[in-house]
Design a protein around this ligand. Structure first.
Ligand SMILES: Cc1cc2nc3c(=O)[nH]c(=O)nc-3n(C[C@H](O)[C@H](O)[C@H](O)COP(=O)(O)OP(=O)(O)OC[C@H]3O[C@@H](n4cnc5c(N)ncnc54)[C@H](O)[C@@H]3O)c2cc1C
Length: 440
């Protein structure tokens, strides 16, 4: 109670929660003792000073939608949510830049930008429940990664609260910055292990005037692959290109009359550029054993949303992300399918072919014996990825699987450098300790 009072003295009584209120912020099976909502950067800094003094384990959070990511924590004292830090501080449409607090959701940020014909072209799952701070911390992406890149490509400056409560700024508010260490790149993707992101300065893009999606359907994966190779070798520049197994196709497009392999190709560009690319795609498709048709806009929108949100499906308790060379992605369909064939149902597989990634979601049975068997097969799948110079991350899994497998896998020789950075930034190990690669 004394500790709760200490936090209440910083943020006000109504912004410290305990008991049942904190259960939605449980990390795997570990419930935090308190959930705190700072209303300013000063309050956030004061919370960190207090936490460091008391050596509380702190988990930074936005909406708590992706807290299952990372290795299991043995203890959590406080979850610090940025949900009250949700203001757009400065927006200069003519410069295509904005300064925004970390707790603003991607959806509400983009709603404001849209009024000025601009956007932040990132599409992680559930944008209405994805805070910009967490998207940066997890370096998250969706199908648009092919055409528009990753969060690090858009962060030009940051304000970060360090574990000792010091507030640091990196970068600036203009697209061109002075030379020096680029700390933004360090914090983006560091999973809240080095500091809590309080503010982001972002560069933006104009909304493309035209948006068109084609579905490509095939009876075999080989036929789909032939078409994807032709697209890769052509002058076409899709903003997104994904392939789905038949079950996944049915999930993302339930009223589709075709049952088989499905590829979706999206173009976002000027009207003439999109029209040209659609014509070229149809020409290429005519030379392959596939059926290609342009989708009506609202249907395309619905399918892309379902693809984007696959990883967040509540029924899936096992979510994998695999990375290999783009030319090897199709091999993953059978490797992952075999791995999840036993002890799992509702297996959905979707590949981001040209970026070399695959998302696999499934519901694994709770029996310990089945899950221990599954652990062996997951180890084997990771080895198969490594043999293709790739990697496998377990984004979400039941607790006993997480206890048996490191969700990140080996990261190679850079781990020494990463450990010394953690030691430098967070010597008392109070921020998300052990959750990131190599037990950082
Ligand atoms: C590997 C991976 C797995 C994912 N799994 C899911 C999933 O299962 N369901 C889902 O809906 N989305 C998932 N996502 C998407 C991602 O979590 C969301 O897009 C978004 O980041 C969630 O926003 P949030 O505000 O709810 O984040 P939270 O869940 O609150 O936080 C996500 C992570 O970011 C850290 N963090 C949050 N805010 C900050 C901050 N301001 N400063 C520093 N660190 C911070 C947290 O400690 C946590 O590790 C996943 C993303 C990745 C990369």
């Amino acid at each position: 109670m004394a500790q709760q009072n200490e936090l209440a003295a910083i943020v006000g009584k109504e912004w410290v929660r305990a008991g049942r209120d904190v259960q939605t912020f449980a990390i795997d099976d570990v419930c935090p003792s308190w959930l705190v909502y700072p209303g300013s950067v000063d309050e956030l800094a004061a919370i960190m000073r207090c936490a460091r003094q008391r050596e509380w384990i702190v988990v930074p959070a936005g909406f708590g939608a992706g807290l299952g990511l990372g290795n299991r924590l043995s203890r959590v004292d406080i979850v610090v949510s940025t949900q009250r830090l949700n203001q757009i501080l400065e927006y200069t449409p003519e410069d295509l830049t904005a300064a925004v607090q970390a707790g603003c959701s991607l959806a509400s940020f983009n709603a404001v930008l849209q009024e000025h014909g601009q956007w932040l072209p990132l599409d992680p799952p559930q944008p209405e429940r994805a805070s910009l701070g967490a998207i940066a911390a997890t370096a998250d992406f969706g199908p648009l990664r092919l055409g528009f890149g990753l969060p690090r490509d858009y962060v030009i400056g940051m304000q970060v609260v360090q574990p000792d409560g010091t507030v640091i700024k990196s970068g600036g508010r203009v697209v061109k910055n002075v030379a020096g260490y680029d700390l933004n790149k360090l914090f983006v993707g560091s999973l809240g292990t080095l500091g809590i992101i309080a503010q982001l300065n972002l560069k933006l893009r104009p909304l493309p005037p035209a948006d068109a999606t084609c579905s490509v359907q095939a009876d075999t994966l080989e036929a789909l692959d032939d078409l994807i190779r032709l697209v890769a070798a052509s002058e076409l520049l899709p903003a997104a290109l994904v392939s789905c197994s038949a079950d996944t196709a049915e999930h993302v497009w339930p009223d589709c009359s075709h049952s088989g392999w499905l590829c979706l190709i999206r173009f976002l560009d000027a009207e003439a550029a999109v029209a040209y690319q659609l014509t070229r795609l149809h020409e290429l498709a005519r030379t392959s054993a596939v059926r290609c048709e342009q989708l009506e806009a609202s249907r395309a929108h619905m399918i892309w949303q379902r693809i984007r949100d696959l990883r967040a499906a509540p029924a899936a308790n096992l979510v994998l992300r695999l990375h290999v060379r783009p030319s090897d992605v199709s091999r993953l369909f059978s490797l992952v399918g075999n791995c999840l064939a036993e002890g799992c149902d509702q297996v959905l597989l979707c590949s981001y072919n040209r970026v070399g990634a695959m998302i696999a979601c499934a519901r694994s049975e709770p029996t310990v014996a089945i899950q221990s068997n599954l652990c062996d097969r997951l180890h084997q799948l990771r080895r198969q990825c490594q043999m293709m110079d790739g990697s496998m991350i377990i984004e979400r899994a039941p607790t006993n699987i997480k206890q048996a497998i490191d969700v990140w896998g080996e990261v190679g020789s850079s781990i020494g450098l990463m450990r010394s950075l953690k030691q430098q930034f967070d010597p008392k190990r109070i921020l998300n300790p052990g959750r990131f690669v190599g037990g950082i």
